[in-house]
Design a protein. Sequence first.
Length: 160
Amino acid sequence: MFENNRLILNCVLVFSILSLSIAYFIQYVLGHKPCNLCLIERIPYLASVILVSLIFIMNRFEKIIAGIVLLFFLFGALVSFYHVGIEQGFFSESLVCNLGISEDNLSKEQLLKQLKNPSISCKDVAFRFLGLSLATINTIISILLSGIMFKVIKNYGKNK
């Protein structure tokens, strides 16, 4: 593996761990509950932690695994962009935003349970940083990480 790629992948690994740590800090320490899309947006970071670690452990299939990480970050960019669109009113909330909410004939017990644990709407911004929603920040970061992973993949094709 090229030393340049190793450094870049180490940075992606550390950044992914840091991103997940911040998300869990905001959720569990600051008490801001994430919506379903926010939870889905964590998947690329978790996948990159696992897959980049796998690259370092195996020292094989680096280009293929890096490609899979790229796909995860592209997926993350799309989901985050969609989430921003919901927050801004460009898109309506989807079935994903309403998972676990059944509008069919609810019993009294089920209705009380839903009232005690209200679902978090994907259109409500629970936390902002520098005036931007976390979905907006995640869209930007996911696009940047996709570009970085594309560069890593491209570096594997060069001669040593």
